[in-house]
Design a binder for this molecule. Sequence first.
Ligand code: BES
Ligand code: ZN
Length: 446
Amino acid sequence: MNNQSHLNDLFEFLRIPSISTDSAHRDDMQRCASWLAAKFTAIGLQPQIHQTPGHPIVTARNAHKTGRPTVLIYGHYDVQPVDPLNLWHSNPFEPKLENGIITARGATDNKGQILAHILGVQEYLAANGELPLNVIFLIEGEEEIGSPHLVPFLREHQRELACDIVAISDTGMLEPGKGTMTYGLRGIACLEITVSGPDKDLHSGIYGGAITNPLTAISRLIATLHDANGKVAISGFYDDVAELEQWEREAWAKLPMKDADILNLTGSPSLAPEKGYSALECTWGRPTAELNGIYGGYQGEGSKTVIPSAAHAKISFRLVPSQDPDNILSLAEQHLQKHCPPGVTLTVTKGHSGAAYRLDPNIGFGKAAQRALSLAFPGKDPALVREGGSIPIVADFKKILGVDTLLLGLALPDARIHSPNETFTVENFEGGIRLNQILLQELAKQ
Ligand code: BES
Ligand code: ZN
């Protein structure tokens, strides 16, 4: 295994600022897709760049043979924005390597992890000349914005993407050296709201007291989303929630991730789990309503005495199995309209969404994945976990392609994904490359 050349590949990949949500980076997205295609060509796979109305999708495959299983390896080359930039200790797109830790935006989520898959294939080919099964890579540039063009792509290319199982490294690893299989992900449903008042910003002295301030109204409205115990107060929100199973609550309590660790990792002054559940259970298996942004009025230095004409908020819901994202968005919209204070008007704009996912980890391919984890990370039993994050396309793989997904993640709890100073350890990069070679072998036996 050529460690230096692998690191060089990763650094090149990380230097491309592929921020999908920011239109200023459109060319970088193209450059990143081309970089991947060139890498696939270099290792002997046949790549294709598929343009979409958004960012390109890259696929690549080996020569398929009948009678062997086909694995589809999914990942994403887009990254989250870097702001607040001033909190980074180094340039987010100039990877830094220090004491075995790589710091850069996308280091873990998801460039390091998807590259570990690609380099696993490269190493396997170097050692054996041929892969033991049929492989399809599917790497998109819009995961971090809700995969708007991947669902239509799956429908259009259903035949070329036919496979027996999907494998993804884009989830967590409980601790260094402990192989982790994620058998459940939360879903997500997003919306934005605008509360409008006067038709222009007003002097808050001249008019204050005569009209409803949109910022006050939006604050009161947002405050109705939770009750005094922190439960979501939207009527019907919990109706379809699949309860946690007793066996999993018991199994999770034995994992080396305690509520004290969660408190530590967040840096928050205290935990605030839903009554009757541990913090871990709340993040992995309970639904939430989260405020992701709220803005309006004067944000600059000092004060400005103004009543803004409008106030805005970005809200997302994390969902658990059996909750339907469209239904949740409708319930939320009804709730917000019903509770909107008088004197302002409310507009609700629904955003992207995706259902939760759950897999029986003991199906044949699941057992194969657990064997691969044990072999790649010896010494510690693999952990079976659910997680709070979302990869919306996973539910669509099941719905459209009819296949299950193995989630074998390498993101350590302190990797700071989506935050400043995101990291990936060289140990996990190399472990991932090792894991993905063994995985090919184990999946081929099915
Ligand atoms: N890699 C994450 C998802 C993840 C992280 C799952 C850690 C489990 C553990 C992925 O890139 C991500 O951030 N997804 C977004 C999806 C959304 C923007 C549609 C998320 O969960 O916020
Ligand atoms: Zn992410």
